[in-house]
Design a binder for this molecule. Structure first.
Ligand code: ZN
Length: 313
């Protein structure tokens, strides 16, 4: 997406969606709102606040419409939501989401298992969503991202050919997505692969159409992969407060990369995120209070900031 003023890198907080959908506890709406407000107070500019899926599938996110409507009251916040299909997209539009993300698994086996859809069926949904969006007045049209999951490897199929990811990116753009994101759903990515695949997708669809990465820290390479992404021009990184969610497989490693560690690294490198790391660590307390039984990850919150640390900007 286009960067906001005063920001070099956009940290897109996905904890309220990716994090909360991965745990069995259901965070009450009032506590979600308190957490989102604390994130906004820390300077977070984009939050994926939920997913428009049937409540019987993900009761943790049944209040997404209400959460979107609350989040929209924060001027300057970009409110994103995940949608699995056109029905979800319509609900997201009705609630006022400013960005809708539709996931497509590069591995068709994974797609069938997780979404119970073939690639062709997902393409039909993408085309239908593009139709819904084009019927909206210009200023009310949310951005439409096609997010290619298992882009760096799949727990069922193993290696995912880069040509497959490139071809899917081209197909999603042709069907009407505004931009493509790549997700390392399984935590298989390494920095060399990140650079190679991002360059290949950039060559195919244009570097301005693929600006975001969703990386996991399953094998400890999350931040190394972020640096690789920075080196090939990526400007948006998804992360989750406390590393919540993203299905961690290895003890001690979170699934999603940890927002606090990501912001610390970027700011220490002189890249402005707009986020105040100390206030972000304060927001973590709101999350911990709401989910006392969930482990929260992150080295920076545990170790504290280095003596003499000064943020970018
Ligand atoms: Zn994730």
């Amino acid at each position: 997406m286009l960067l906001m003023e005063g920001i070099d890198i956009l940290v897109s907080e996905v904890g309220p969606r990716d994090g909360l959908q991965s745990i069995s506890a259901i965070m009450p709406t009032a506590q979600k709102i308190r957490w989102i407000d604390a994130l906004v107070a820390a300077g977070v500019r984009e939050i994926e606040v939920g997913s428009f899926v049937p409540a019987k599938l993900l009761p943790q996110l049944a209040d997404t419409g209400e959460i979107v409507r609350h989040a929209r009251r924060h001027a300057g916040l970009h409110v994103a939501a995940l949608v699995p299909n056109a029905k979800g997209a319509q609900a997201a539009i009705d609630a006022g989401a400013q960005k809708i993300t539709l996931p497509l698994s590069a591995s068709e086996t994974h797609s069938l298992k997780n979404l119970r859809r073939t690639h062709a069926q997902v393409f039909d949904e993408v085309a239908e969503i593009a139709g819904l969006l084009s019927a909206l007045p210009h200023g009310q049209r949310p951005a439409f991202e096609g997010a290619i999951s298992t882009a760096f490897g799949c727990t069922i199929e193993g290696a995912v050919p880069e040509e497959t990811v490139v071809a899917l990116s081209e197909k999603l753009m042709a069907l009407g997505c505004d931009e493509i994101g790549l997700s390392d759903t399984t935590g298989y990515a390494n920095p060399a692969q990140v650079k190679r695949l991002v360059r290949a997708v950039h060559t195919a669809i244009g570097s301005d159409r693929m600006t975001g990465l969703h990386l996991h820290n399953t094998r400890g390479l999350g931040l190394a992969n972020v640096v690789a992404g920075l080196e090939v021009g990526i400007s948006t990184f998804d992360a989750s407060q406390g590393g919540l969610g993203g299905c961690p497989f290895a003890p001690g490693a979170s699934g999603n990369i940890v927002s606090e560690d990501l912001v610390f690294m970027l700011e220490a490198m002189g890249l402005r995120t707009g986020i105040d790391i100390e206030k972000l660590i304060d927001a973590r307390a709101t999350l911990a209070a709401a989910l006392p039984d969930e482990p929260l990850y992150g080295f920076t919150p545990d170790a504290g900031l280095p003596l003499g640390y000064s943020p970018a900007g």
